[in-house]
Design a protein. Sequence first.
Length: 328
Amino acid sequence: MHPANHGSIPRRAVLGLALVLACGTALAQGYPTRPIRLVVPFPPGGGTDIIAREVANKVAAAEGWTIVIDNKPGSGGNIGVDAAAKATPDGYTLVLGQTSNLAINPSLYAKLPYDPVKDLAPVGLVASAPLVVVVSSASPYKKLADVVAAAKARPTALNYASSGNGTVAHLATEQFQKAAGVQFTHVPYKGASQGLTDLVGGQIQMYVSSVPTLIAQIKSGQLRALAVTSLQRNRDLPDVPTMAESGYKDFEAVTWFGVAGPAAMPKEVIGKLNAAFNKALATADVQKKLAAQGAEVVVGPPEKFASLIRTDGVRWGAIVKASGIKLD
């Protein structure tokens, strides 16, 4: 008998590893051979949906791929993200996640059906955008101070809409209420369209959402923008002051968007997807289209997105804890 060699790797293991690597490379070379499903965890027409379609269309056209948008709204984006996390990890099901469902919801929901760090494989960031506080163009409120004054005069009488419990808009408005010493009544919606209808109809007095969700109605004159939540003014809404300019120093709340898939996706497929999305995002065409939506293109490797999910999870987790909000 030969003595055991604990310092070497068995030949069978080496061959097995080589086979796995070869299969992964072959899969990536042939990928994709059928349509890719990109889950959007919000209804059609909202900011996330618009960004998803703009970027997916560019990737599909440039690469000769077919990318199908699948809207799966509900539960603050949890339903759509969970569907993608539990899909077969072959690169044919992806999701456009965002701050709310990847960084906030793990602290907000007692029983989240997925873990964004363990159950998802980040592909890459796509864009970021500030929030914007709007009222109907028929509203008597001309600036943020008017809303604050009205809320102080009649606590809880003013309703504000967001695209769901625990979204960036919800938590940012909770922060704003504390800073301003006022209390609004939160009315969560599954998406933008019904909330906009109710705002224009007068059932809702204020709406807080991402700039991409509301910019078309702002530019058409249907809505009046009172403030953006970035530290600098938004280049597509240059006349709208920041929260800091409105008296709330260092106030910042930005939502980001990124593509991910099931955790066990082959690294070679992730690399191919990352390269394709980054190439599309680097084009002037996509940058112009996203800028028109009030969003800024963000590119980078999967590791950059993974790091952001972790660090923002800690940051927003502290905000959730301080707010005392918990959802089932």
